[in-house]
Design a binder for this molecule. Structure first.
Ligand SMILES: Cc1cc2nc3c(=O)[nH]c(=O)nc-3n(C[C@H](O)[C@H](O)[C@H](O)COP(=O)(O)OP(=O)(O)OC[C@H]3O[C@@H](n4cnc5c(N)ncnc54)[C@H](O)[C@@H]3O)c2cc1C
Length: 363
């Protein structure tokens, strides 16, 4: 509601997983928090594969993340379907089946749940309000100006806050597109590599009453529009889907700087994405908590925001950097179906399981 657009200690831009979690934890730690979201409705439309690793897998991927059980303790109603394996298909359709415990959610309800937690902690959320810039200590939005002591940029891959704060921006951003398909699907996600989605992959991720279907491609290897790859994949699999929704995924790993004197970046805005698979929700939530705590400590105790930079790097940077290195190696094969197929065969199931979990492929 626009009447909630009042000055705040901490103004968070974006009500995705990173922004809502940051807002919740800034408020829990005593700060007065305002969240500004340009969409009219939090979580809508859904541009996400809606796939989440189990908390055990999150601990395997990010062993230094700190206490994560409470962060990822979601109500059972948010779990659409649980899964224990993944199927990876090479360009020549060789199948690699990998144990991986995960579940799907409905991302619109998921984001709304995180927003409700932020509100319960005391944060105010104003939707239908676009962030434009920071001028002096004032945040300029489409609905007016508000004063802020700290600005949290949780505004996604193309972050405008990053530019306002003089921080770097994501460089390597991949277009990705997704839609819902009706029908019965085996409860195992399928990922297809090769020309079907050059430099990325196409997916079918089962849900309770259907599946999330999508594709993401590297701009360096794709020769057509992302929608053309998606249409071809859906036709090939004989699926009927809802209208697809697209967005960008930052794939160059975490930014080299994510804090300024009066603001910080978190989630996709900070490049907090696993470059080997494009997944970003778990890191957005892990780093969202750290961002919220740091923003509150800055406002209430004068602690420099740079402590956030140090903390998130200690907790999650190593696996994220490993993922970037693996993706760079994989890029050597993306130009040739044959090379990619041969590389996947050479790696085999065990090494690909390491790769998916952001572990070194060749220890
Ligand atoms: C097609 C696709 C499929 C994906 N599948 C998965 C998956 O299955 N699992 C997974 O873990 N990750 C997946 N990801 C990545 C995941 O969606 C992101 O990493 C995650 O959403 C990051 O959360 P965030 O809060 O940082 O950013 P976002 O969720 O992008 O939230 C940013 C918010 O900021 C708002 N915003 C932007 N600019 C402004 C502005 N100027 N003013 C006000 N508000 C603004 C946006 O409207 C948005 O609500 C996928 C991404 C794509 C594109």
């Amino acid at each position: 509601m626009a009447e909630d657009l009042k000055d705040a200690d901490v103004v968070v831009i974006g009500a995705g997983p990173a922004g809502c979690t940051a807002a919740e934890h800034a408020a829990l730690n005593g700060a007065d928090v305002l969240v500004v979201e340009r969409k009219e409705e939090v979580g809508v439309p859904v541009a996400c594969g809606e796939f989440l690793p189990s908390v055990e897998e999150i601990k395997r991927i990010f062993p230094r993340a700190g206490e994560v059980d409470s962060l990822f303790d979601f109500p059972a109603s948010l779990v659409s379907l649980k899964m224990e394996r993944l199927k990876l298909y090479s360009p020549n359709m060789r199948l690699f089946e990998i144990p991986f415990s995960a579940y799907t959610t409905d991302r619109d309800r998921f984001d709304k749940y995180l927003a409700s937690k932020a509100e319960k902690a005391g944060a105010r959320i104003v939707t239908g309000c676009a962030y434009f810039s920071v001028e002096g200590g004032e945040v300029v939005t489409s609905l007016g100006k508000v004063k802020a002591k700290v600005v949290v940029g949780a505004d996604g891959a193309l972050s405008r806050v990053a530019s306002s704060l003089g921080l770097p921006k994501n460089k390597d951003i991949y277009p990705a597109i997704t839609a819902q398909a009706k029908g019965d699907f085996e409860p195992i996600p399928e990922m297809y590599f090769g020309n079907i989605a050059p430099g990325g992959y196409a997916w079918i991720i089962p849900k309770k009453d259907g599946a999330n279907v999508g594709a993401g491609v590297s701009p360096g290897f794709a020769r057509e529009r992302i929608g053309d790859y998606f249409d071809r994949f859906v036709r090939w699999k004989g699926l009927y889907t809802s209208k697809p929704v697209g967005k960008y995924v930052p794939m160059s790993g975490p930014l080299i700087r994510t804090t300024a004197r009066n603001g910080l970046l978190v989630g996709d805005a900070a490049g907090h994405v696993m470059a080997v698979n494009g997944g970003g929700i778990p890191i957005a939530i892990i780093c969202g908590r750290l961002a919220g705590e740091a923003a509150a400590a800055n406002v209430l105790k004068g602690q420099p925001l740079a402590t956030y930079e140090k903390t998130w790097r200690d907790r999650v940077e190593k696996p994220l950097r490993t993922a970037v290195r693996t993706k760079k190696l994989a890029s050597l094969c993306f130009g040739s179906q044959w090379r990619l197929g041969a590389a996947m065969s050479l790696l085999g199931k065990r090494r690909m399981a390491n790769m998916i979990r952001c572990k070194p492929v060749f220890p």
